[in-house]
Design a protein around this ligand. Structure first.
Ligand code: GLY
Ligand code: MN
Length: 422
């Protein structure tokens, strides 16, 4: 399936641009001295057209043909690195039409794409072919096992690091890597928390945002939040169910043609309705969303594209995330929206609403003044055992609507509580 997909991808590229496209895989940076390297991760555009990571290689795509530029392994490298595939082996694996050594690479090439090439690549990578979807499913399967292991490990874990290690052990044991730095924390209000030293108290919510990446670079991206000892407090339960209702509503609305921004706004409305029901916000939910009051507690976008990158193609800025002619809003409640396009069959997107008590937002005097009339601060104080909740799933847009690829990961409070206690 790999070679056929690669052939089809480059034929499609040739229909979108007649410019030759050169893409470098990249190299491993050194941690300190030259022989001590970080793990190699090829450029995602290279992986899309070459299929596998080949360190230092460059491909040229032109008229539907692929030329592979790579050197044969140095004779001395086998001592340290074992036998490595030759240029011809690699060419066969990826179905290259021509091969050359790196010294034959035209000297004027750059890895910068112009607008025409960016548009062509975005058009292709926006919706996934069968091979890509099967790879994402592989990443999802391992991510599912990882989350099950993390949730089960939490009751006996003393620190965030122990839960993280239980989750990443599963990923490593399946010869995969994490698709991004794992977030496993009792401080879920720090959106991209990469500290793992905190002790876990039995009353804590643990937020785990962990996703596997296959050997050929395809990602999953999943967040679950659960009570460490397997019993949500009533305040944790209330807010968790508000976030879950927003998550379910946004997913249920997915189908081709729907604007992703509308899913975001739907999630914001559902969250706000829940906050009003709990007494945290006062007023009409739609009016509150129009005033961005929800962003006090949900300051990020409802999700993003997923594929070879966890935020797919974000190396191209907003060229992939935003449809032509659209730009980011400067509204408090929309500025971090990473995707503003109509959905199409074959896209994979995340849906990840949340609730966070971020001191820098809630204690900001400007926000206090602007939203003083709509926030019930005394009521909010009762929810102090909820610092951060996020619920994130990966969803394939299908002809008929959607498929939640990550549906086997427990998400209701009952499911999470019984898994912690099993
Ligand atoms: N998984 C982290 C993020 O989506 O930003
Ligand atoms: Mn995500």
């Amino acid at each position: 399936m790999l070679i056929q997909s690669l052939k089809t991808r480059r034929e499609k590229l040739a229909k979108l641009t007649d410019k030759p496209v050169f893409i470098a895989a990249g190299k491993r940076p050194s941690r300190n001295f030259p022989a001590n390297k970080y793990p190699f991760r090829a450029s995602s555009h290279f992986l899309y057209f070459a299929g596998i990571p080949i360190e230092s290689a460059v491909i040229q795509l032109a008229q539907g043909k692929l030329t592979l530029y790579v050197d044969n392994p140095h004779p001395g490298s086998a001592l340290w690195h074992g036998e490595s595939p030759t240029r011809d082996d690699l060419a066969t694996t990826i179905g290259a039409d021509y091969t050359h050594s790196l010294s034959e690479l035209p000297s004027a090439i750059t890895n910068q794409f112009d607008d025409e090439i960016v548009n062509a690549i975005v058009t292709l990578r926006l919706h996934h072919d069968d091979y890509a979807i099967s790879e994402i499913r592989n990443a999802v399967e391992v991510t599912t096992r990882s989350h099950l292991a993390g949730i089960k490990a939490s009751r006996t874990s003393k620190t965030e690091a122990e839960v993280r290690s239980a989750m990443e052990a599963v990923i490593i044991s399946h010869t995969m890597t994490t698709a991004y730095n794992s977030i496993v924390t009792v401080h879920g209000e720090v959106l991209h928390n990469e500290h793992y030293h905190h002790a876990i108290q039995p009353t804590d919510l643990i937020l785990a945002d962990v996703g596997a990446e296959t050997q050929n670079g395809w990602a999953a991206d999943v967040t679950r939040t659960w009570n460490a000892s397997g019993k949500f407090s009533s305040t944790q339960r209330d807010l968790y169910n508000v976030v879950l209702a927003a998550h379910d509503a946004a997913i249920a609305a997915i189908k081709p043609g729907v604007e992703y921004k509308d899913l975001h706004l739907l999630a914001c409305l559902k969250l706000t309705e829940g906050f009003v029901d709990l007494g945290i916000l006062k007023g009409d939910a739609q009016t509150l969303v129009d005033r961005d009051a929800h962003a006090l507690f949900f300051p990020h976008g409802v999700g993003h594209l997923l594929g070879l990158d966890v935020h797919d193609m974000e190396d191209l800025g907003d060229a992939a995330g935003y449809a032509k002619g659209r730009t980011r809003s400067d509204r408090f409640g929309l500025g971090f929206l990473r995707l503003d396009r109509p959905l199409q069959t074959g896209m994979v997107v995340t849906i990840e609403p949340g609730f966070y008590q971020v001191p820098a937002i809630l204690n900001d005097p400007k926000n206090r003044e602007k939203y003083n009339d709509v926030v019930n601060w005394e009521c909010l104080e009762q929810f102090s055992d909820v610092r951060g909740i996020r619920i994130e799933d990966d969803v394939l847009v299908t002809d008929r609507g959607f498929e939640v690829l990550t549906q086997d990961i427990p998400v209701t409070i009952d499911q999470l509580e019984s898994l912690v206690n099993c």
